[in-house]
Design a protein around this ligand. Structure first.
Ligand code: ZN
Length: 290
């Protein structure tokens, strides 16, 4: 109880700090992008999440994946702080949320797909995949309990999302811990061939790759180098703001089932300060010194 109270106070102080920081970037027209990551979105959380995204849209605005590409190509933009929305894991709720909510808010997002999950035809196989590959076999995890009876999007759903102006990225083939893979062939399947499957099936070039889990424990220099040769944009799941100098992109995870007020604070960057050393550690391990 006391610990929770202290956590709340720290979060609120950090929230005030990040509000000041955000105002500074906006006042001096310094471009920074905050990338949000979502996973499963239960039906009954659609409205709350819509309110949070709408608030961010009115306050700062969202850019599309194409805007992000142009920004990194050096196209002149003065926007202060903007948001980009991404989804990991290819769950059907992501498609439904895009059709019902994102279309109304006119937000274009990136959907990161673990390819094998989409390829599995039977629901039982998909449920096995969810337990083994998303949740490390842990039946007690919060994530497992929120998705254990769910299933993936179909290829047709993905094609429809592309038609609606969204972008598809690779989230590996099997959703493994990539850092633990030693075989070159297996590494290639996860990083390079995963995008070939998407490309063949959907007839679009895949420029974006998000590492499964996306923390320091799941990314190493070898896998980063392979991803860097193959993709224009590589995403972690470490919190932080992005500038044009980022070689690996930071993302802020938000959970649809958390309350709107908390999600808003997290989305505005309240945890960024606490992730300074995680970002530094990741950059050093990937030999990125900028
Ligand atoms: Zn994932």
């Amino acid at each position: 109880m006391i610990l929770l109270f202290i956590k709340q106070i720290i979060l609120n102080i950090s929230f005030l700090f990040c509000k000041l920081r955000n105002r500074f970037y906006i006042f001096f027209n310094i471009n920074r992008i905050i990338i949000l990551t979502l996973h499963e979105i239960p039906n009954n959380n659609f409205q709350d999440l819509k309110n949070t995204l709408n608030h961010l849209k009115l306050k700062h605005g969202f850019i599309s994946p194409t805007d992000l590409e142009n920004f990194f190509l050096g196209k002149k933009m003065n926007f202060g702080i903007k948001y980009l929305l991404t989804f990991d894991d290819g769950l059907i709720s992501n498609y439904l949320f895009a059709k019902n909510v994102l279309s109304e808010l006119s937000i274009s997002s990136i959907f990161f797909i673990p390819v094998k999950f989409i390829m599995l035809k039977s629901k039982n196989d998909q449920m096995d995949f969810i337990l083994k590959n998303f949740c490390d076999g842990n039946q007690n995890s919060i994530y497992y309990n929120s998705i254990k009876k769910k299933h993936s999007m179909s290829w047709d759903n993905l094609a429809e999302l592309i038609n609606d102006g969204h972008t598809i990225g690779s989230h590996s083939f099997n959703h493994p811990n990539i850092k633990q893979i030693e075989s070159e062939e297996k590494l290639k399947l996860e990083i390079v061939k995963s995008s070939d499957f998407l490309n063949d099936k959907l007839d679009v070039k895949i420029n974006h790759f998000s590492f499964p889990t996306g923390t320091f424990k799941a990314i190493n220099y070898k896998s980063y180098l392979m991803a860097q040769k193959h993709y224009s944009f590589i995403y972690s799941n470490i919190r932080g703001m992005n500038s044009i100098n980022n070689k690996i992109l930071w993302r802020d995870d938000i959970h649809a089932f958390d309350n709107s007020d908390y999600n808003l604070k997290v989305s505005l960057g309240s945890y960024h300060l606490f992730y300074f050393f995680k970002r530094l550690r990741m950059k050093l391990s990937l030999k990125l010194y900028v």
